[in-house]
Design a protein around this ligand. Structure first.
Ligand SMILES: [Zn+2]
Length: 113
């Protein structure tokens, strides 16, 4: 009988789902739990970029990178415009404050200002 048999020291960590050693576990990562929109207060602003181009910036989002990308896709199609994720904010090309306010409020987000 080994010294630590039967104690937690004898057991390398195992995955709780498949029971494999954690090093051998091939389980998918657990789903990302996003902060509900109701708990996110956003601020919309129109800013000028290079050569006077306007972008609408959505600040205050607390989403995973996947959540941000999904929301960006939705908003780009709502506005029929291009856009990007920048520093955790979303930037939609053009002045779309009105449309974005309606779309985001419809998704349950709170909007300040
Ligand atoms: Zn596993």
């Amino acid at each position: 009988m080994r010294l630590f048999a039967g104690t937690p020291f004898d057991r390398p960590p195992r995955c709780e789902v498949c029971g494999e050693l954690e090093a051998d576990c091939r389980c998918p990562p657990p789903p990302v739990v996003e902060t509900p929109p109701e708990q996110q207060t956003l601020k919309l602003s129109v800013e000028k970029r290079n050569r006077g181009k306007l972008v609408t910036v959505v600040r205050g989002l607390r989403l995973s990178p996947e959540g941000l990308a999904a929301l960006l896709t939705k908003l780009k199609s709502t506005c029929g415009a291009g856009g990007t994720v920048a520093d955790g904010n979303l930037e939609i090309q053009g002045d779309h404050v009105g449309r974005l306010r309606t779309a985001l409020a419809g998704l349950g987000f709170r909007i300040r200002g």
